[in-house]
Design a binder for this molecule. Sequence first.
Ligand code: ZN
Ligand code: ZN
Length: 274
Amino acid sequence: MISLNCGNLTIEGKSIGGLATYLRVKELDLIFDLGRCPISFIGTNHVFITHFHLDHYFGLPIYVSQRWLSNIPPGEIFVPEEGIKQLQNILDSIAKLDSQQIWNYHLIPVKIGDRIPFRRNLIVHAIAVNHTIPAIGYVVCEIRDKLKPEYHGRSGSEIAKLRKAGIPITNQIELPLIAYLGDTQLVSMDTHPLLSRCQILICECTFLLPEDRQRAKKTKHFHLDSLTGLVESFNGDKIVLTHFSQRYSTHLIQQQIEQVIPDLNQRSRIELFI
Ligand SMILES: [Zn+2]
Ligand SMILES: [Zn+2]
């Protein structure tokens, strides 16, 4: 299991193209995709599935059954709405086969454009990505209260008085923390106004070599050719690259990234999840 520190957030898990992708951000109590389910992920309460390719959701039966067996209340599992019925059938069939019972679980359908609160101070935006089957990317934001400009410069006691009098002195703002795109060809930063400002962007980078360009196009995966453009258009701190094809060695991955992003400053913004 990999553990990557990105500022105040830690990304744990694994991601190998076609085999399994599962990422957890413990500080936010969330999991992005669940291609396998390590036992340490069972207690995490929110799961965001991007699409129904097996390497992104096949850990769900373990997640659901282990919580059920341990009497932990069902976690909230967010899934693209197109596949929710089939997923329900799959989970129920496996449960019947396993224990002749139905597990208790909580699936929440998501469609592009949704804005979903999922913790007291966190919301997620479901954004469009570009893959071979219906797929969703997620932009997670923290909700913060910000003092309205007209009250700037007031003393603490004045602010307290206004607050006590019930005068609305703050606006809510959304602070974009982390975006996870799942499997996708290049996504424009224009897809969502908060995307380019996220602290962390987790993006797949399945294919690297020139001879894999056609395959990337056909299977709608990200190719290294698009990385320079992505780095230039993203204004946040870190880009975490995941989902590299199994055929590439760690050495080849590092070498290819160095070639495409020779500038050390730019490259220090990139983390390889390998
Ligand atoms: Zn995949
Ligand atoms: Zn896929």
